[in-house]
Design a protein around this ligand. Structure first.
Ligand SMILES: CC(C)(COP(=O)(O)OP(=O)(O)OC[C@H]1O[C@@H](n2cnc3c(N)ncnc32)[C@H](O)[C@@H]1OP(=O)(O)O)[C@@H](O)C(=O)NCCC(=O)NCCS
Ligand SMILES: CC(=O)OP(=O)(O)O
Length: 335
């Protein structure tokens, strides 16, 4: 049985309580999800935004500020001038002057990421209101890439509904949120990062399926060759991880179809890490699995950053926010 992020975090019993900043501090779903995370002892939270609006939302949900539920307004915070100096240092080579740096860190999404960069928070979560582009750009620019990462990409944790049948299982779908048209090399990098994320967050050995509209050469097209090349590159650099393809989704997911279309493959029909060929397929695929299949979809979780920063779908609910806070805390334990 795969544990949901909240349960997994509790089982790890971190020695100190993670602190998660949330840049959409007055959104009702963010506030409800953050309060639930705090009440469940998963994390302390910093709600970033217009202080009056955040406090009003807290109050409407029967809560108020405390040591574990802080409110930071970037326009009045004592940290803002320090953050502006840091941002200026970080971005002056891109033509950002001191005035632009101050304006940038007065934006909640940049301020929340700066809390992480300078150690005031363990990780950050946003995207219930802002677009993925806004969240990802500030994470890449303020927090930066991990020293061992070749690129930043993202994935969704997909959890089957209770009482699901037909081989339903927890899976990792990647990249459904960030890299629009990955090259073969980038597909291989995405698969490598996803295999680590699978071990850390699903606590299971990855079986990686490289997805396509073709299974093992059943169709010929440059789009198919790209996926096959991505798999070959992956196998060269990570020979110990089980990976196969190219697979159509049914061949990757359904054992009987896998046997028919890709006989002899140990991954066909059993893949738990699905590598999509591009963002059209990945984003549409995860939403269909979530909305028609009833899977819980937690993401986009980012991989390849120096410290955890994660996105949400604007269609999220409070429960997704709580689970994403737990994912963000778990990533900080694994870095
Ligand atoms: C991530 C994304 C926002 C970056 O787009 P962008 O801002 O146009 O890209 P830019 O090329 O200007 O990149 C901005 C910065 O991020 C860096 N960057 C972009 N993608 C990156 C990646 N995958 N890994 C590492 N760095 C990356 C760039 O080098 C650049 O850094 P700099 O400002 O220090 O020069 C873009 O890939 C995107 O829009 N993805 C799709 C998001 C989306 O709509 N998803 C669907 C809903 S989930
Ligand atoms: C991940 C994603 O698709 O985000 P949104 O629904 O906010 O566009």
């Amino acid at each position: 049985m795969t544990l949901l992020p909240q349960e997994l975090l509790k089982s790890k019993a971190p020695s100190s309580r993670p602190v998660i900043s949330l840049c959409e501090g007055s959104d009702p779903r963010i506030v409800a999800g953050a309060l639930a995370a705090h009440q469940a002892d998963l994390a302390n939270v910093i709600l970033v935004g217009d202080a009056d609006a955040v406090r009003a939302e807290l109050s409407s949900q029967g809560a108020s500020e405390s040591e574990g539920v802080q409110v930071h307004d970037p326009l009045t915070s004592p940290l803002t001038s320090k953050f502006a100096a840091e941002y200026h240092d970080l971005r002056k080579h891109k033509g950002v002057d001191e005035a632009k740096a101050l304006t940038a860190v007065q934006t909640p999404v940049v301020y929340a990421a700066m809390l992480v960069r300078l150690g005031h928070a363990t990780g950050t979560v946003g995207g219930a209101v802002l677009t993925t582009g806004d969240i990802v750009r500030s994470a890449i620019q303020v927090i930066g890439m991990h020293k061992d990462a070749a690129m930043v990409s993202s994935f969704f944790l997909m959890y089957p509904p209770k009482n699901a049948t037909n081989g339903a299982r927890a899976m990792l779908y990647s990249d459904c949120g960030l890299v629009i048209d990955p090259s073969a090399q980038e597909l291989s990098e995405i698969a490598k990062a996803s295999s680590k994320s699978c071990r850390a967050l699903l606590e299971t050995e990855p079986k990686i399926g490289f997805l396509s509209f073709s299974t093992k050469g059943s169709a010929k097209h440059t789009a198919v060759s790209k996926v096959a090349e991505g798999l070959a590159l992956f196998k060269e650099t990570a020979p110990d991880i089980e990976a196969d393809g190219e697979f159509q989704f049914d061949a990757a997911f359904v054992p009987s179809v896998g046997e028919r279309k890709a006989p002899g493959s140990s991954v066909a029909g059993h893949a738990n890490v699905m590598i999509f060929p591009n963002l059209d397929a990945g984003n549409i695929g995860y939403k269909i699995t979530q909305r028609l299949g009833g899977y819980m979809a937690i993401g986009p979780v980012m991989q390849g950053l120096a410290k955890p920063a994660n996105d949400l779908s604007r269609g999220c609910i409070a429960e997704d926010v709580t689970e994403m806070i737990a994912v963000t805390a778990l990533q900080s334990l694994n870095q």
